[in-house]
Design a protein around this ligand. Structure first.
Ligand code: GLN
Length: 451
C-alpha cells in the first residue's frame, strides 16, 4: 500500500490530469470482462485512455485548460471519443494541455503546468516541459499512467510533446479524424491523433479514432485502412526524402547526429535515401503564426459569457461590459495575444497584407510537399530543434517558444500525415524524436517507416 500510495503521489505531482474519471475506466473494464467471457473482445476493450481536455465528453467537464469554460459540462460526446469508447476503451481522466491548445510547453494552462517525468542526468534536476499543447497526454504516457491518449495537433501539438517525452505520436491527414466535439483552435489545421508508447499502439488507436463524419464538413469520406494489420518494417523499394531546408542554423550537433542515425536505420530497412528540397520551408513558421491566430480569433468569438462556461457580470454592467469582463477574466495571456494578433491580421486595413499573403504562401508550402512526394514516399526530419527545455526557460519570450515549432508546422499547413517516433537520448539522457511525413492519406507509409 505504501509503494502504491507513493506511486500515486508521484503521478499526481506531474499534474497531467485536470480531472480523474475512474468510474468511466472501471465501467469499460467491466464491459471488457463480459466481452472476454462471451468472446466479443474489441480492439480497445478495457483500455484506460487519457483524453486531452479539448475533447467534449458527455457529462464530464471539458475545460480546454481555460477558466473561460469553468463549469462547462457538454451534453454531447465528440466523435473521436465516441468511436474510441465504441471500440471498448474507457477514460481514466481528462488530461491537462496548453490553454485552448495554444503553446509548446503546457505552461499556458489555467490548471498549472504539467511536468515531464524525465530529468536530465546533469544533476540540475530542473523540472522539464512535457511539450505542448498535448503535454498532459505525453507526460501521462511517458510516466506509464496510461497506455495511450488522444492528442490534437494544429502545428505540432502531438509530435513535439511525443518527441520531448520519448513516446510516439501521429497526426493523420487533415480530415481523417472528425473535429466534431473538439474545442476549435484553428479549424483548417486542427487534427486529432494518437499518442502511445510505440508505433503499433498508435496504429491500433488511430484506426479506432478515424473515419468519415457527416457532422464535420471537412471530414474525408474515405475508408479507414487496417493500419495495424498493414504494419511492415521492410522498406525495400521505398524512397525516403531528406529535405535540406530542415538543416537549420544553430541546430544542436546531437540532433544532426540523430538525423544521420535515422537515415542509416531506414537504409538498413531497405529504403533508398534521396535528397529533396522544400524551398518554402522558412516561411512556414510566420505563415502559421498568422493563419492560426486569425482562425483562433474567429473561433474564440463564441465565448461571450452567454453560451458557455464563465460569466462575469459586474454590478450594473450592460451586455458589452459583461462580454469584456468575461473575456478579460476567462482567457489567459497567450490566448489574448493570439486573439489580438488574429483580429489585427484580419482587420480591413491589413487583411491583404497579412492574411491573404499567408494563404498564398500556405499554398506554396503545400505544393513543395506535392512536388517532393512525386520523387519520394516519405520524408525524414527531426521533430523539434532541441530536447525538452526546462519549465520557465522560454515562457517569457513568445517568439522563442514559437521557434520550437519550426519542424512541425509545415506538415500542418499542408495537411499531410506526420508522426514523431522516439529515436534515442541526448548527452543529458533526454529523449529526442524523429519525424516522418507522408503523402496525403498514406498513414500506412508513415507508420511503416516509423516502426
Ligand atoms: N505550439 C503551436 C502553437 O502554439 C502548436 C499548437 C498545437 O498544435 N495545438 O500554436
Amino acid at each position: 500500500a505504501e509503494a502504491f500510495n507513493a506511486a500515486v503521489a508521484g503521478a499526481k505531482a506531474l499534474n497531467a490530469f485536470i480531472i480523474e474519471t475512474p468510474d468511466h475506466a472501471l465501467a469499460a473494464a467491466d464491459a471488457a470482462d463480459k466481452a472476454r467471457a462471451s468472446g466479443d473482445l474489441q480492439p480497445l476493450s478495457g483500455v484506460p485512455l487519457g483524453i486531452k481536455d479539448l475533447f467534449c465528453t458527455e457529462g464530464y467537464q471539458t475545460t480546454a485548460a481555460s477558466n473561460m469554460l469553468a463549469g462547462f459540462k457538454p451534453t454531447y460526446e465528440s466523435t473521436v471519443t465516441t468511436k474510441l469508447f465504441a471500440a471498448g476503451a474507457g477514460m481514466l481522466g481528462k488530461l491537462n494541455l496548453d490553454q485552448f491548445a495554444m503553446g509548446s510547453s503546457n505552461e499556458t494552462s489555467a490548471f498549472g503546468n504539467v511536468i515531464s517525468p524525465w530529468r536530465a542526468n546533469d544533476g540540475s534536476n530542473a523540472p522539464l516541459a512535457p511539450g505542448g499543447s498535448s503535454g498532459g497526454s505525453s507526460s501521462a504516457i511517458a510516466a506509464r499512467i496510461v497506455p495511450a491518449a488522444t492528442g490534437t495537433d494544429t502545428g505540432g501539438s502531438i509530435r513535439q510533446p511525443a518527441a520531448f517525452t520519448g513516446i510516439a505520436g501521429i497526426k493523420p491527414t487533415y480530415g481523417r479524424c472528425s473535429r466534431f466535439g473538439i474545442v476549435a483552435f484553428a479549424s483548417s489545421l486542427d487534427q486529432a491523433g494518437a499518442m502511445a508508447q510505440d508505433v503499433r499502439d498508435c496504429a491500433i488507436m488511430l484506426e479506432a479514432m478515424s473515419g468519415f463524419d457527416p457532422k464535420d464538413s471537412t471530414s474525408l469520406d474515405v475508408a479507414v485502412p487496417q493500419w495495424e494489420a498493414g504494419l511492415s518494417a521492410d522498406l525495400k523499394g521505398k524512397k525516403v526524402g531528406i529535405p535540406k531546408e530542415y538543416r537549420v542554423d544553430n541546430m544542436p550537433a546531437e540532433i544532426d547526429a540523430l538525423w544521420k542515425q535515422g537515415i542509416e536505420w531506414l537504409r538498413d530497412a531497405g529504403a533508398e535515401i534521396v535528397d529533396v528540397s522544400l524551398p518554402h520551408t522558412r516561411y512556414a513558421l510566420p505563415t502559421y503564426y498568422i493563419i492560426a491566430p486569425a482562425e483562433a480569433s474567429s473561433n474564440l468569438a463564441r465565448y461571450d459569457g452567454v453560451r458557455y462556461g464563465l460569466r462575469e457580470l459586474p454590478d450594473g454592467a450592460n451586455l458589452q461590459e459583461m462580454y469584456a469582463a468575461t473575456r478579460a477574466a476567462g482567457f489567459g495571456p497567450e490566448v489574448k495575444r493570439r486573439i489580438l494578433i488574429g483580429t489585427y491580421v484580419l482587420s480591413a486595413g491589413f487583411y491583404d497584407a497579412y492574411y491573404t499573403k499567408a494563404q498564398k504562401v500556405r499554398a506554396l508550402i503545400a505544393r513543395d510537399f506535392e512536388e517532393a512526394f512525386q520523387k519520394v514516399d516519405v520524408l525524414l526530419t527531426p521533430t523539434a530543434p532541441s530536447a525538452a527545455f526546462a519549465l520557465g526557460e522560454k515562457s517569457a519570450d513568445p517568439l522563442e517558444m514559437y521557434l520550437n515549432d519550426v519542424f512541425t508546422v509545415p506538415a500542418s499547413l499542408a495537411g499531410v500525415p506526420a508522426m514523431s517516433v522516439p529515436a534515442g537520448l541526448d548527452a543529458k539522457g533526454l529523449p529526442l524524436g524523429l519525424q516522418i511525413i507522408g503523402r496525403p492519406l498514406d498513414e500506412q507509409g508513415v507508420l511503416n517507416a516509423g516502426l
